[in-house]
Design a binder for this molecule. Structure first.
Ligand code: COA
Ligand code: ZN
Length: 306
């Protein structure tokens, strides 16, 4: 039996929040459905944040309602939230899983959510308690887990302490986010090895951006440490509007292809994923395709089919 790796496509949230073109609710739903049709097992479908701060994510409640109304849509949908108000909005929209953001630097906490690192931790603790009662899963994501555009390199021991605190408090998953795409595979290996040693791998995940073209190498380093959960973004869309210089996430197209070729089971149909990737490019008009050569992949799929 092949070993499984779970990919969460964050394109409809991390990707679309940073595009100059704002998609309609229908277009967002169309993209999410295309990603789901490719067999991606989890999708971050949007965020409940201030619409003034991130206009592209306004109407995420309508995205949830549209997906709920489609009987053939069964992919677990996750919503990113920055605070308690976001939690309440996500719960009311019917979200069964939320991603709450923690911070490894004060600079990023302030710029992204106008709070301190401690405030974000206190609010996350409160959300964990509420979510248990509401039967909602909580993914705790540590932003700028490797380096911050405002405060510089993050302290790995601090990141490990935050991770331990929130795994101990009952977070369903704990994700290390390289928000600005600054990490290298050696850093990733050291931090993920330490965390896997302390907590086991089942709840741990990684979220890489490809700013320095090390996204895939970082995924590989984390896989070598035992990590089996990754965030990635269709067509490599992405970036944080509050983190200067950050570019797109590592592309789901590339991550799925690499992991499948390495012998892991991802549940993803690469041909259908290519269609979702093409749609992401058409809808946004700006997405850079993943690094993979489309011509090569198409030829490979044709050969398999034929
Ligand atoms: N969803 C929707 N609206 C929200 C909200 C949420 N989660 N949290 C706050 N608001 C609204 C408030 O109701 C208020 O609205 P009003 O002006 O109409 O009364 C307004 O936003 C400001 O609220 P305040 O508590 O003063 O927040 P702020 O201005 O200090 O901003 C955040 C803080 C967190 C709301 C804002 O920075 C934000 O949404 N950031 C999102 C960052 C993000 O998405 N980053 C990328 C992903 S990591
Ligand atoms: Zn991100």
């Amino acid at each position: 039996m092949k070993e499984r790796i779970v990919i969460t496509d964050v394109g409809p949230r991390d990707g679309l929040q940073n595009q100059s073109k704002i998609l309609s609710i229908e277009q967002r739903v169309e993209l999410i459905r295309a990603i789901a049709a490719a067999g991606v097992p989890q999708i971050e479908v949007g965020s409940f944040v201030s619409p003034r701060a991130v206009p592209a994510m306004a109407g995420t409640d309508q995205v949830f309602a549209a997906l709920d109304s489609q009987s053939d849509y069964r992919t677990p949908s996750i919503a990113l939230i920055p605070n308690l108000k976001g939690y309440e909005l996500a719960r009311d929209a019917g979200a069964k899983a939320v991603t709450m953001v923690l911070y490894a630097s004060e600079g990023m906490a302030e710029k992204n959510s106008a709070m301190s690192m401690t405030d974000a931790e206190d609010i996350t603790m409160k959300i964990l308690r509420l979510a248990k009662q509401d039967e909602i899963e909580v993914v705790a994501t540590i932003a700028v887990a490797f380096s911050c555009p405002f405060d510089g390199p993050s302290d790995p021991l601090l990141v490990q302490n935050i991770a331990s605190k929130f795994i101990g408090a009952g977070a369903d998953q704990l994700v290390l986010a390289d928000t600005i795409g600054s990490a290298d595979p050696q850093q990733v290996r050291l931090l993920t090895e330490a965390l896997v040693k302390s907590h086991g791998a089942s709840q741990l995940g990684c979220h890489f951006h490809d700013t320095r073209a090390m996204g895939l190498a970082n995924v590989y380093a984390a896989v070598e440490s035992g990590i089996r959960r990754f965030d990635s973004s269709i067509a490599g869309l992405g970036g944080c509007p509050f983190a200067p210089g950050a570019t797109g996430n590592v592309a789901t197209d590339d991550v799925a292809m690499m992991l499948q070729q390495m012998g892991f089971e991802t549940g993803i149909d690469l041909g259908r994923l290519m269609k979702a990737s093409d749609l992401a490019e058409t809808l946004t008009g700006t997405a850079a395709p993943g690094g993979r050569s489309k011509a090569w992949l198409q030829g490979h799929l044709d050969k398999q089919a034929g």
